[in-house]
Design a protein around this ligand. Structure first.
Ligand code: SF4
Length: 72
């Protein structure tokens, strides 16, 4: 998904098809979430927790649990 590799070589297994990236249009904000969650503490991501549990993941759910009312 993004060019820079994670520092420790680990990244979220869903990074290549995560719908979150369609909702965030701002490069800077996308990078923040990727650095903090997708290539950082992805086990803390609220989207990943739901997906791992086999539960539906709301389209507008952000990794930290916040919601997007519209694409930004
Ligand atoms: S937003 Fe969450 S589920 Fe999606 S790729 Fe990043 S860490 Fe994984």
């Amino acid at each position: 998904m993004e060019d820079s590799p994670p520092l420790d070589g680990r990244q979220c297994p869903y990074i290549n098809d995560c719908p979150m990236f369609r909702r965030i249009m701002t490069d800077a904000l996308r990078k923040v979430f990727i650095d903090l969650f997708c290539k950082g503490d992805f086990e803390l991501c609220e989207r990943k927790k739901l997906r791992d549990a086999g539960e539906p993941v709301p389209d507008d759910l952000l990794p930290h649990g916040g919601r997007l009312s519209r694409p930004i």
